[in-house]
Ligand binder design. Structure first.
Ligand SMILES: [Cu+2]
Length: 474
């Protein structure tokens, strides 16, 4: 099976993933075979940056993997990096031994080693894959998108896979893990994180980024998304940044959001901008109603923010300078869980067997501690469940940062945020728990294959500094 993705490792002629229909042959096969080889790569998205990256198959991001729901996948993984790695299939419900967590579900794949991953990918939707070896492999470039096509999906005239990713300054990563980073917060003006920040906050936990990319390139070298008047266009967008939330906006258009983390929303909504936490995915559609050229942009107060953009244009608009938006959220109607979910009087807790409260803490200046109930992994409290239990997890966030909490091997519903019950819970696999005493609750059914399923903050720094636990089937 051929991958419908066009990538190049040289700066200049880069990548945008136009998703073309699968061939009859690809559709007919019961098993889809891929080979992923992880190896060092010097990644040069701009002339100012030569990053000692790790990449799958010589490309950053890795290849777009695709199956139709129901097909089985077999991935032969070879590790030629200088570190131990594994591959985690983010958002998939799969046998525990295929989940790719060293020490929990498999042994670390050493340099020179191999591993065969084989499972039937599901549920359908926009998923992804990344290193989970706890040696910063994902942060250095080991990630890619994995689409499990839903044959029942609405037809799109064009479809694009867009991975927003950034090149970290590795010295700032090391400092952030000690709580002594001098990197500033770079959220766009008007973001809730920016507005909640106290002027006396000494930070220490931010990572600095030296380049901002979409699908392996920085603007103006990103390859345009070619569309035609009348097209209904589907975007599948992943935020692969290891620490920062991304706000994404398309000039001149509202976005019709249909899926969060690959899962259909009970009711699609229209917004000016997406808010995409670390590891989250959104499927957003727009209609091309007139000729033009518009920028699809990541919004940030970083002076290099302009680099995270791609032109969307109709034929004949190659020489037109694209319409852009301001790098600010003031007055912008952006996606939130509350908007998508609507307000209910209370959370429907019928059938819940297991309740667990988890307090997120840490992040003091000069420390390497991010915690759950005051403890760091592996000493954090575990969540014991029996197969068939209905489980409610309620987070309280005592820190001044949002935490993108992720549960492996399950799809949960966000049922509550900051005391507001959601009328239409959002089906997700990662969700931002708001800062400064914010709360958020999940309900899920423990009906996945039994095993040990990691539950952690997807901010790479917080995860490495201990904000991690597990859901264990007993
Ligand atoms: Cu976190």
């Amino acid at each position: 099976m051929k991958r419908a993705v066009f990538l190049s490792r040289t700066a200049g002629a880069m990548a945008v993933a136009a998703i073309t229909p699968l061939s009859k042959r690809a559709l007919a096969s019961e098993v889809v075979d891929y080979t992923l080889t992880a190896a060092p790569l010097t990644f040069t998205p701009t002339s100012a940056v030569a990053f000692a990256a790790l990449a799958y198959n010589g490309h950053l991001p890795g290849p777009l993997l695709r199956v139709v729901h129901g097909q089985r996948v077999r991935v032969r993984y070879h590790n030629l990096t200088d570190i131990g790695t594994t591959v985690h299939w983010h958002g998939m419900i799969l046998p525990n031994k295929m989940d790719g967590v060293p020490g929990l579900t498999q042994a670390l794949v050493p340099n020179g080693g191999s591993f065969l991953y084989e499972f039937t990918p599901g549920p359908p939707g926009t998923r992804w894959y990344h290193d989970h070896g706890f040696q910063l492999g994902a942060l250095r470039g080991l990630f890619g998108m994995f689409i499990v096509e839903d044959p029942h999906d609405e037809h799109a005239d064009r479809e694009f896979a867009l991975i927003f990713h950034d090149v970290p300054d590795m010295r700032s990563v090391a400092a952030a893990m000690k709580g002594t980073s001098s990197a500033p917060m770079t959220d766009p003006m008007g973001s809730p994180e920016m507005m909640a920040m106290s002027p006396t906050d000494k930070m220490g936990d931010e990572v600095a980024y030296v380049a901002h990319c979409i699908d392996g390139a920085s603007y103006p070298n990103t390859r345009a998304l070619k569309v035609a008047v009348g097209d209904r266009v589907r975007l599948r967008i992943l935020n692969a940044n290891p620490t920062q939330t991304r706000y994404v906006r398309l000039a001149g258009h509202r976005l019709h959001v249909t899926h969060s983390d690959g899962n259909p929303l009970a009711q699609p909504i229209e917004v000016d901008a997406l808010r995409i936490g670390v590891a989250e995915r959104y499927d957003a559609w727009f209609e091309v109603t007139k000729p033009g050229a518009w920028l699809l942009q990541g919004l940030s107060s970083d002076p290099l923010a302009y680099e995270q953009a791609v032109v969307v244009r109709t034929p004949g608009m190659e020489q037109t300078s694209p319409q852009a938006v301001q790098q600010s959220l003031v007055g912008v109607d952006y996606f939130t869980y509350e908007k998508a979910g609507g307000v209910a009087p209370s959370v429907n807790e019928s059938g819940v067997d297991v309740r667990k409260m988890l307090t997120l803490g840490g992040g003091e200046w000069g420390t390497s501690i991010w915690s759950i109930d005051g403890k760091q992994w592996p000493n954090t409290p575990k969540i014991a469940v029996h197969h068939g239990d209905r489980v409610k997890i309620s987070f309280t966030n005592k820190t001044d940062m949002d935490h993108p909490m992720h549960l492996h091997g399950h799809r949960f519903e966000v049922v509550e945020i900051n005391g507001t019950a959601l009328a239409r819970p959002l089906a997700k696999d990662v969700s931002l728990v708001p800062a400064n005493n914010g709360t958020l609750s999940w309900i899920f059914d423990a009906d996945s294959p039994p095993g040990r399923w990691l539950l952690h903050c997807h901010n790479e720094v917080h995860m490495m500094d201990g904000m991690m636990t597990e859901v264990d089937y007993t």
